[in-house]
Design a protein around this ligand. Structure first.
Ligand SMILES: Cc1cc2nc3c(=O)[nH]c(=O)nc-3n(C[C@H](O)[C@H](O)[C@H](O)COP(=O)(O)O)c2cc1C
Length: 419
């Protein structure tokens, strides 16, 4: 069996082991900038033993942000991101940047356009209560614009020192909205058959791949299933995986779920409604969550390696490197991932709980993670000061101290405080 601590070469990138910190939105990018807290967060993960850390959700355009305070790629961001990648490299790891666009699923009031856009005219389920009720269907010109924005963002990521980029084709974000029969009702060459629904996402992957040097890996995060009736199912995602392999994607990160329809399908575990209500900024959303939350937001029980049964089907269909994700916490889970034929394993919540966990596994001083998973980190990811594990008092205190420092430095929403 392959040792999860053995090195791996992904495209031309040498990884010191098989473990990736997956993208978990850090909430540390006020004003769309990379704050000192964001740099420290990834420095700790790099020093804590992962081979590669993924900086979460960087929108390829300002209107691609789900929330206002998210990174969006632009030349002015490059110097701050360069400081981040330098810190990660000094910690001994590689750095990947997740690039995405939220499409019709948007709760951002700073839109340049009047309405968010997606594959089809639709209700914007996430922003409806805060006044962004509808999303428009994208024109072919807009599809080309967003494709070009992915390419530009990937080139800027390389300039900023990232070793890899991860294109977000999952979780109900724009490219996933096109892939999904549940959100794509177009009648042109971008809708209908799977081939048509996949046209835009595949072209993004192909164009980004062509724009970067071959040694720089391009990963795609994809859905195994959308997880709701009428959404993308496994037979279609198997075909999408084959096409992605043919178009030159270097690895697939295997996930699932559709944030605007079934947010906890992708996380599993407790449904932290109380914390979600407490953190929500809009009173209308608070009320809606309190009244309808338990009926509308379905809970999914946690199981270790919960996507493994579906991921096995992709393993059978392609030869390219695959990243197993979802409920990987213990040292044994990592072994299982390798034994099942996955070249890489990605972890989220267990590394929020303890960024140093992988070094402990490598040294043999731990075999289990203390992550419950209570999912309070999910409820609170957008809270001032950023994501942390509510069960680790030092992290909660550090977040409070960070907020205090930022306020004392006259935090100006440009993310510059503390630098
Ligand atoms: C706080 C938090 C924020 C997340 N943000 C993102 C994100 O920005 N992009 C993304 O693709 N997935 C995001 N995810 C989902 C994770 O990447 C991952 O799919 C999920 O947590 C399951 O992995 P785990 O069981 O190892 O935590 C987030 C998860 C958490 C817990």
């Amino acid at each position: 069996m392959i040792d999860p601590f053995s090195p791996f070469r992904l495209a031309g990138l040498s990884l010191c082991n098989r473990i990736i910190k997956t993208a978990t939105f850090e909430g540390m990018s006020p004003g769309g900038c990379a704050s000192e807290a964001l740099i420290e967060h990834h420095r700790a993960l790099a020093k804590g033993g992962v081979a590669m850390t993924t900086v979460a959700y960087c929108a390829v355009a300002p209107d691609g942000r789900t929330f206002r305070d998210q990174l969006h790629m632009r030349p002015e961001l490059v110097p701050d991101l360069r400081a981040l990648t330098a810190a990660v490299h000094a910690g001994g790891a590689a750095a990947s940047l997740q690039l995405g666009h939220c499409g019709a699923f948007c709760n951002n009031h700073d839109l340049e356009r009047r309405r968010p856009v997606g594959p089809s005219r639709a209700l914007n389920l996430v922003g409806a209560l805060s006044g962004r009720v509808l999303a428009d269907a994208m024109t072919e010109g807009e599809i080309e614009e967003v494709t070009a924005a992915f390419v530009t963002a990937a080139r800027l990521a390389r300039e900023a020192g990232f070793d890899a980029v991860e294109l977000h084709l999952g979780h109900g974000y724009l490219l996933s909205q096109f892939l999904s029969p549940g959100s794509n009702a177009r009648r042109d060459r971008f809708g209908g058959s799977l081939e048509n629904r996949a046209r835009f996402p595949l072209s993004v992957v192909e164009r980004v791949r062509a724009a970067l040097p071959p040694e720089m890996p391009v990963l795609a995060k994809v859905n195994l299933r959308d997880g709701f009736r009428g959404g993308l199912e496994l037979d279609e995602s198997v075909q999408v995986a084959r096409w992605l392999e043919a178009r030159g994607a270097d690895a697939l990160v295997l996930s699932g779920g559709f944030v605007s329809r079934n947010p906890f399908y992708l996380f599993r575990g407790e449904r932290p409604l109380r914390q979600m209500i407490a953190v929500e900024k809009s009173w209308a959303q608070k009320l809606a969550l309190a009244v309808f939350g338990s009926a509308l937001i379905r809970a999914y029980p946690f199981e270790p390696l919960y996507f493994l049964p579906l991921a096995r089907e992709i393993r059978r269909a392609v030869r390219m490197p695959l990243v197993l994700l979802g409920g990987i916490k213990s040292r044994d889970d990592l072994d299982t991932a390798m034994r099942e034929g996955f070249e890489l394993a990605a972890m989220g919540r267990a590394l929020i709980h303890d960024p140093g966990l992988i070094a402990k596994y490598a040294a043999g001083s731990a075999r289990e993670s203390g992550c419950v998973p209570c999912n309070q980190c999910v409820a609170e990811m957008d809270r001032e000061g950023g994501v942390c594990c509510a069960k680790v008092p030092e992290q909660v205190a550090e977040r409070a101290a960070h907020v205090h420092r930022a306020r004392a430095l006259n935090y100006n929403h440009e993310g510059r405080a503390g630098r």
